[in-house]
Write a protein that binds this ligand. Structure first.
Ligand code: GLV
Ligand code: MN
Ligand code: MN
Length: 416
């Protein structure tokens, strides 16, 4: 075995870094709350930048706030081999979703630095802005701008529930860089991530070689009925927006079951007006997230959804605006990047399988413009977007070793 083949990351250092990041914006139940572009997000970014500077990486920040930490290669005219993910979390987020991918990339750079290894192409660790889409919809917006899926002006103008925009918040936290997003070359991108589902754990496989991601559509639905007195308004003739919403939520679940086994559908957010116990609710806003690995099936789900919403509002005497705010077709990753991950996994002797991602990831955007793949590791019970999210240190270390060797391989032999 050559010196390079026997190279391994420091699993303890990786774990300690993940735990240190989780101390920024701690949740109330052991997880993290670091919504995109908040002060906590800035603090997390600052720590990452400091760690990268400690190993002499140069830092570039683009005008979507994406951070690229670069370790020079022998031939710096080559586009870099990049790895990373996101540092923002869900409101009740775990310690690992996104963070693992960023800190696994950092651990690879640290390992090469410890061992004085210079690759042919430069290597980079990346942090993508607003992957979660929780504070600002849609998700994966900055990697989406990078991939040419969204106009930058559209992305900057997206507002949170208080009307604060991505553009203003990027400036406020000091992460509106001067490099134009998408100008930064990427030779290949790898993203390590916890699986966020139960498959690897059930199959007792330590690594998932990710071959693509399922499609998803996001809708905003506003239902308008009429506020009216809860005591004196007879049941017939009420225009109760919340009753219509309740029927739609149940219908969304049925929709996914009707498109089994791969479809999923979720209402994750709702607000009720005027939200008073003795007034019939006159207005409800809710979000709908539908996903399917098959593009035609996803379109059919959307058609059924539209028809059912119209039926339901007619029946309840309410009106609605149903807006499809995001359409993300399924993606397939690049054969050379998949092979780099699969070969590294096999050479390292980890049990593994190919897998399609159920969650959205920045890699699912960037793959439209650069060769890409992902590495999954199991998480306990498949649980994610939950503060109780957890992963075994040995699995995180295994995924990081795969990342190290896949990056080394790609840095010396670029995908076509
Ligand atoms: C991102 O976390 C998603 O919604 O899949
Ligand atoms: Mn994620
Ligand atoms: Mn997530």
């Amino acid at each position: 075995m050559s010196e390079q083949q026997s190279l391994r990351v420091d699993g303890q250092r990786l774990w300690d870094s993940i735990m240190a990041l989780a101390e920024i914006g701690p949740g109330q139940h052991g997880g993290s709350c670091r919504l995109a572009l908040t002060d906590e997000d800035r603090e997390g970014r600052d720590l990452f930048v400091r760690w990268c500077k400690d190993i002499n990486c140069s830092i570039e920040i683009d005008d979507m706030g994406n951070i690229f930490a670069r370790r020079e290669g022998r031939d710096n005219s080559l586009a870099p081999v990049v790895a990373g993910s996101h540092l923002d979390t869900q409101p009740h987020g775990g310690k690992f979703d996104g963070i693992y991918g960023v800190l696994a990339a950092l651990e690879v750079l640290r390992t090469l630095s410890d061992n004085d290894i210079t690759t042919e192409a430069p290597l980079e660790a990346v942090v993508w802005t607003n992957e979660e889409g929780s504070r600002f919809a849609p998700a994966m917006i900055a990697s989406g701008v990078y991939a040419g899926l969204f106009e930058k002006e559209y992305a900057w103008s997206r507002a949170d529930s208080e009307g604060k925009t991505i553009g203003d918040e990027l400036k406020r936290i000091g992460y509106m860089g001067d490099v134009s997003c998408s100008q930064h070359a990427i030779g290949a991108l790898l993203e390590a991530h916890i699986e966020q589902g139960p498959i690897l754990e059930a199959q007792q496989n330590q690594v998932g070689v990710v071959i693509g991601g399922q499609g998803q559509k996001w809708f905003d639905l506003r239902l308008r009925g009429q506020d009216s007195h809860a005591g004196s308004t007879p049941m017939p003739g009420r225009r109760d927006a919340l009753v219509a919403a309740a029927e739609i939520i149940s219908m969304v679940r049925t929709l996914a079951l009707d498109f089994a086994p791969h479809a999923v559908a979720t209402v994750g957010e709702m607000s009720v007006q005027p939200n008073s116990r003795n007034t019939i609710p006159g207005e409800v806003f809710l979000t709908i997230d539908i996903r399917n690995p098959d593009e035609a099936e996803l379109s059919r789900m959307a058609s059924v959804l539209r028809a059912c919403v119209i039926d339901c509002v007619d029946k309840n005497g309410v009106e609605c605006d149903l807006d499809e705010i995001w359409d993300k077709p399924p993606v397939k990753f690049h054969a050379d990047c998949i092979a780099a991950v699969e070969n590294a996994t096999r050479d390292l002797g980890y049990s593994h399988q190919q897998i399609v991602s159920g969650a959205g990831h920045d890699a699912c955007q960037v793959c439209l413009v650069a060769p890409t793949s992902m590495i999954f590791v199991p998480c306990a019970g498949g649980l994610s977007h939950n503060e109780a999210e957890s992963a075994e240190p040995a699995d995180l270390e295994a995924g990081c070793n795969v990342l190290l060797h896949a990056m080394l391989n790609l840095a010396d032999r670029r995908p076509a």
